[in-house]
Write a protein that binds this ligand. Structure first.
Ligand code: AMP
Ligand code: MN
Ligand code: MN
Ligand code: MN
Length: 282
């Protein structure tokens, strides 16, 4: 059976390629009953998504994916059911935006020094009205023929020890979880199998996350393999986390799992939505 919940998706407000409205309509026609829009470090797509959802027969969950630096690793924390107008959350996101804008300039400068001019302007062109992310730099670099595709651009230019890499200095884990809980949401660790961490380090991060009030981890994710589902389902069971499911969809040309095709959570999991009012969507 397919899962009717997709609790991790992106729009043009961050690095997705569909507008919030287009995403919601596509999700509804793909049979998704409850969708969370979880743009990177911004709630700016949520109002448009809510307007589209009202007419489309789909439940929209207000979400976010917050960038965190934990022990020099970048970790992504999803917030579900947040109040997008919460002042504490908005103040935190403003701080992250300042860092992100500075980082974009820094990436542009570093690429310039590496013989690639105009990258910041190019990335901004791809970002449009949304924030500038590495994805937009990657689209620009791919367009100018620096690598064969976006994946390849990341490998050659945008990761550690490559010319356009800037070490992350995002929110702390307590800040991110605090902003989400303060805004009335549930905090979920995004794609936990994707981090560059040993199993011990991952457990230590998850332990801290739980101490702070985090309640869930993504078990089914577009960034996870079938093996990862089983490993993360066991970890959720061991550490008493609720399990979430999200495609991490970024748009039609940029997905690993098509909208509406997420598999169900393994039977041992307690879904993060088990006590939500729109549970009947399952
Ligand atoms: P940023 O938050 O600006 O550092 O951008 C992170 C985003 O870049 C992630 O959410 C992904 O969408 C994308 N990304 C990261 N690594 C890769 C990769 N190896 N290939 C393609 N996209 C990637
Ligand atoms: Mn992304
Ligand atoms: Mn992520
Ligand atoms: Mn994501």
């Amino acid at each position: 059976m397919r899962c009717c919940y997709d609790l991790h998706t992106h729009s043009t407000a961050s690095d997705g390629s569909l507008t919030p409205g287009e995403l919601v309509i596509k999700a509804a026609s793909a049979g998704i009953a409850a969708l969370a829009l979880t743009d990177h470090d911004t709630v700016e797509g949520l109002a448009e998504a809510a307007r589209a959802a009202a007419g489309a027969g789909i439940a929209l969950i207000n979400g976010i994916e917050i960038s965190v630096t934990w022990n020099r690793c970048t970790v992504h924390i999803v917030g579900l059911g947040i109040d997008p107008d919460h002042p504490g959350l908005l103040a935190g996101l403003r701080k992250l935006r300042e860092y992100r804008d500075w980082r974009a300039e820094e990436i542009g400068n570093r690429l310039h020094k590496a013989g690639i001019p105009g990258a910041l302007e190019g990335a901004r062109r791809f970002a449009g009205d949304g924030l500038v992310s590495r994805t937009h730099f990657a689209h620009f670099l791919a367009e100018t023929g620096r690598a064969k595709n976006v994946q390849d651009v990341f490998k050659r230019y945008l990761v550690k020890n490559k010319p356009g890499h800037v070490p992350g200095d995002w929110a702390s884990l307590p800040e991110a979880v605090g902003w989400i809980l303060g805004a009335g949401g549930q905090a979920v660790v995004a794609h936990p199998a994707r981090y560059d961490m040993t199993a011990t380090k991952l457990r230590s991060m998850l332990g801290e996350f739980r101490e702070l009030g985090g309640t869930g981890i993504e078990v089914v994710s577009g960034s996870h393999s079938l093996d990862d589902y089983q490993v993360m389902a066991r970890l959720a069971g061991d550490m008493k986390f609720l399990a979430s499911a999200g495609s991490d969809y970024h748009g039609p040309n940029n997905f690993r799992i098509e909208l509406g095709h997420l598999p169900s959570l393994p039977a041992s999991c307690t879904p993060i939505w088990h006590d939500w009012p729109h549970r009947r969507a399952a």
